[in-house]
Design a protein around this ligand. Structure first.
Ligand code: SF4
Length: 304
C-alpha cells in the first residue's frame, strides 16, 4: 500500500527528487546536490523584523527558522555560512516544538527560510501540527511543480525569490540550469492554488515574488517584471530588493562585485511603474549593507 509520504515529494522508491536537481538519491544513506541527508538541520531560530511589512501585523516579527543547506549554490550568497554549512539536527517533533515556541513568543508568522530540501519533513510536521499563524515557504525559486502542489495543502504563503530570467545567469551564478523554466512554472502553479487573502492588512494566504536586483543586470530584472505582469497580473505582490552586497565568491565576478547603483534601481522601479504593477514593495537603496544579515554563529534564543 502506498504511504502518505509517497505523494510526489519523494517518489515511491524513496529517492529524492524534491527539486529540479532530481538527484534521485536515497537520503537515508547519502545526500544529493543540496548536501543534506534526510535529517532536518536548523541553523538559527529568531524573531525577525526584516521581512516585507505586509507579511506581519503592524510591522511585527516573523518567526524565522533558518535551515542549513540549500539546493542552489549562489556565488554571492549572503547566508553562505549556513547554506554551505551545517546546523543542529532536529526531529520532526522538535520542529513542531519550535513552531509552538514562536507562536508563544508572539511571532506573526512561521517563516521557513531555505526549506526546499526539507520539503518532505516540513510537510510531515505541518500535517501533524498546523500553527495558528500563517506558514510561509520562503524559497529560492528552484522548485518542482509537484512539490509545490503537495506543499500547498499545508503552507499558507509561498514567498519565491525569483532570481533570474536569463538561463546563462542562472548557470553562471547559481549553477541552476533551466532556473527560470522551473521557477516560473512553480510560481504560476502556486498562484493558481493560493489566491491572496489578507486579515487586517496582513497577508494570511497567497504568493509573493521577491527579486533581488543584481548590478549590471537590470535588463534581466526588467524581463522578470514584464513576465510577472503578463503571466501573474498587475496585482501580484512583488518585493523589489536593492540590498545586494557582494559576498562569498562575488569578488571573482567583477560585474557584480559592487552594490547596485541608485540609477540602476531607479530604471527597474520605473519599469514596474510603466507596466502598471500595483503592489510593488520598494526598498531604500541605503539597505545595501550587511548589518541586516542575521548572525548565524548565534543559533538564537529558542530551544531546539
Ligand atoms: S532536495 Fe537535494 S537531494 Fe533532493 S533533488 Fe534537490 S538537491 Fe537533490
Amino acid at each position: 500500500m502506498l504511504t502518505l509520504l509517497c505523494v510526489n515529494i519523494y517518489n515511491c522508491n524513496m529517492n529524492c527528487n524534491i527539486c529540479p536537481r532530481a538527484c534521485n538519491v536515497n537520503r537515508t544513506t547519502t545526500f544529493g546536490y543540496c548536501g543534506k541527508d534526510e535529517c532536518l538541520q536548523i541553523a538559527k531560530v529568531m524573531l525577525h523584523y526584516g521581512e516585507e511589512p505586509f507579511l506581519t501585523k503592524h510591522n511585527g516579527a516573523s518567526g524565522a527558522i533558518f535551515f542549513a543547506g540549500c539546493n542552489l549554490k549562489c556565488i554571492y550568497c549572503q547566508n553562505y555560512d549556513i547554506s554551505n554549512g551545517s546546523g543542529k539536527p532536529v526531529t520532526v517533533d522538535k520542529l513542531i516544538n519550535i513552531f509552538k515556541q514562536l507562536e508563544t513568543a508572539g511571532a506573526n508568522n512561521i517563516d521557513l527560510v531555505t526549506p526546499t530540501h526539507y520539503a518532505k519533513l516540513i510537510y510531515t510536521a505541518l500535517k501533524k501540527y498546523k500553527p495558528s499563524i500563517p506558514v510561509i515557504y520562503n524559497c529560492g525559486g528552484y522548485e518542482s511543480e509537484d512539490t509545490i502542489v503537495q506543499l500547498a495543502k499545508v503552507v499558507d504563503i509561498f514567498l519565491f525569490d525569483l532570481k533570474y530570467y536569463d538561463d546563462n545567469l542562472a548557470i553562471k551564478y547559481s549553477a541552476a540550469p533551466n532556473y527560470f523554466r522551473y521557477a516560473g512554472s512553480a510560481i504560476k502553479k502556486a498562484a493558481s492554488l493560493k489566491p491572496n487573502q489578507f486579515i487586517s492588512k496582513q497577508m494570511v494566504s497567497g504568493v509573493v515574488v521577491r527579486h533581488l536586483c543584481l548590478p549590471s543586470h537590470i535588463n534581466d530584472s526588467k524581463q522578470i517584471l514584464s513576465w510577472i505582469s503578463e503571466n501573474l497580473g498587475n496585482s501580484t505582490y512583488v518585493s523589489l530588493m536593492s540590498q545586494y552586497v557582494p559576498m562569498y565568491k562575488a569578488k571573482d565576478y567583477p560585474e557584480i562585485n559592487r552594490t547596485l547603483k541608485p540609477i540602476e534601481y531607479k530604471v527597474v522601479v520605473n519599469h514596474a511603474i510603466k507596466l502598471g504593477l500595483k503592489n510593488v514593495f520598494v526598498q531604500d537603496i541605503s539597505s545595501s549593507t550587511t548589518e541586516f544579515i542575521p548572525d548565524f554563529n548565534n543559533p538564537g534564543d529558542f530551544k531546539f
